[in-house]
Design a protein around this ligand. Structure first.
Ligand SMILES: [Mg+2]
Length: 234
């Protein structure tokens, strides 16, 4: 029995992710302007504004982790343009199918959700490691989570290690020749620029490390089985 990640924590994660993307819109645009068509920032922001609206609505009807992730997936698919919308949508849909009606998940379950999400992205986008895509951030992060789960690490350690792996993977895209998407038309001229998709994907793990390892404010919510300390405990 390890620590559990609850529905309110997932909600907090997705809100933090949406806010981070909105905050970094100009940076994502700048990255995509160098090797793509400069729309990644605007595309992602459009989706994330809708995610914020949805998750802040008092009646969002997301009563389990699966339905929460599914609602985010549908927003990404319908409102984020370019390749990113369907790819992120697939990631969240596949993860939602694993989480299903659970209201909390363990670290090994989280690793399985993210692994399944990654597989969905790879099936859909046909990208492998070192193609200079979002896979370069997500795959090392998933592997780090799996290794941490295997080693019975705490959630905080596991998520910190996933964040670090995603960061290194994102930074490594600078050195890579793009083999997928619009950037691949540049061939060797794509070297020297960080991939925008790997960057927006890195924020998934950055915000996960900030939100999923500590109980949400309303951590005493009915149904929570967390063994971790409640906020406000003496
Ligand atoms: Mg683009």
């Amino acid at each position: 029995m390890g620590q559990e990640i609850t529905l309110p924590q997932f909600r907090r994660w997705l809100l933090a992710y949406a806010r981070r993307i909105i905050q970094e819109e100009d940076y994502l645009t700048e990255l995509d302007a160098a090797i793509g068509d400069a729309d990644h920032g605007a595309n992602m922001r459009r989706g994330m504004v809708k995610v914020l609206e949805r998750l802040q609505a008092p009646d969002d009807n997301c009563n389990d982790i699966g339905s929460l992730l599914r609602s985010v997936a549908m927003i990404m698919i319908s409102s984020v343009g370019g390749a990113a919308g369907p790819l992120y949508g697939t990631f969240f849909l596949r993860a939602a199918a694993v989480a299903n009606q659970h209201r909390s998940v363990t670290l090994p379950e989280l690793a399985r959700m993210f692994r399944t999400g990654l597989e969905g992205i790879q099936q859909r986008g046909k990208a492998v490691l070192e193609d200079k895509t979002m896979v370069d951030a997500i795959q090392p992060a998933v592997e780090a989570l799996e290794a941490a789960a295997e080693a019975n690490q705490s959630l905080a350690v596991a998520l910190a290690s996933a964040r670090q792996a995603a960061k290194l993977g994102m930074e490594h895209t600078v050195e890579l020749v793009a083999r997928k998407g619009r950037a691949s038309y540049l061939g060797p001229r794509s070297v020297g620029f960080q991939d925008p998709g790997a960057t927006s994907a890195y924020y998934l793990f950055e915000t996960a490390a900030e939100t999923l390892a500590t109980p949400a404010e309303n951590g005493s919510e009915q149904g929570q089985k967390s063994t971790s300390q409640e906020p406000g405990d003496p």
